[in-house]
Design a protein around this ligand. Sequence first.
Ligand code: 1PW
Length: 214
Amino acid sequence: MADVDTDFNLKVVLVNFKQCLSEKEEVLMDPYLTGWKGLIKFLNNLGAVFAFISKDVLTKVQIMEKFRNSEQKENYFSLQSMVKYEISNNLVDFQKRADHPDSGCRTILRLHRALHWLQLFLDGLRTSQEDSKTSSLCTDSYNIALATYHPWLIRKAVTVAFCTLPSRNAFLETMNVGTPEEAVEMLSDAMPFIGQVYQLSQKLFEENALLDLP
Ligand code: 1PW
């Protein structure tokens, strides 16, 4: 396929999530967004049915990049500085999307929930048997992490897209880090960092009552 990015390597993408973790236990915005941009490439390589998913994620990454390129860029240096800045300046809609429909907080919350899905899915894949069905692993993690936040139509479309996923070994090979065994090893090294990024963000959103932003 001409549009497949052959230079893609999931290890390089996942390293960004390690780089998100600052010494002060903050989650740094730029590597977070770079990590997501890599995941978008990965999604695009999975085929056209994933295009609507990657498009939504890309839109959200672009919203955040705009903040990072604005005069307020320092306030968006980390997820923690963003939350502090947006809350103290009343830049977050808490009840319904109105004055600030695309706040950094509500945008990152969507990516944060999606990261939870990715974490569960890649961990499921890593620890599963060779004959496990990728589509079932993917659907199970989606149902736990994300489905409750999506309307019926999206849930349906997402589930259809998952059915097109290749077998476990073929999927591990699309990560471009060698044999399926090497891909599993790479995931074992990388997943703890994704887990830490997820936990730190979850704590931040929880402490600031941001987990249900419209
Ligand atoms: C196989 C690797 C998968 C990694 C990427 C996971 C991304 C999951 C994103 C699912 C998006 C489905 C389509 C869009 C739905 C939006 O309505 C929804 N966005 C997300 C990211 O959940 C909510 O955003 P909204 O409508 O409140 O702006």
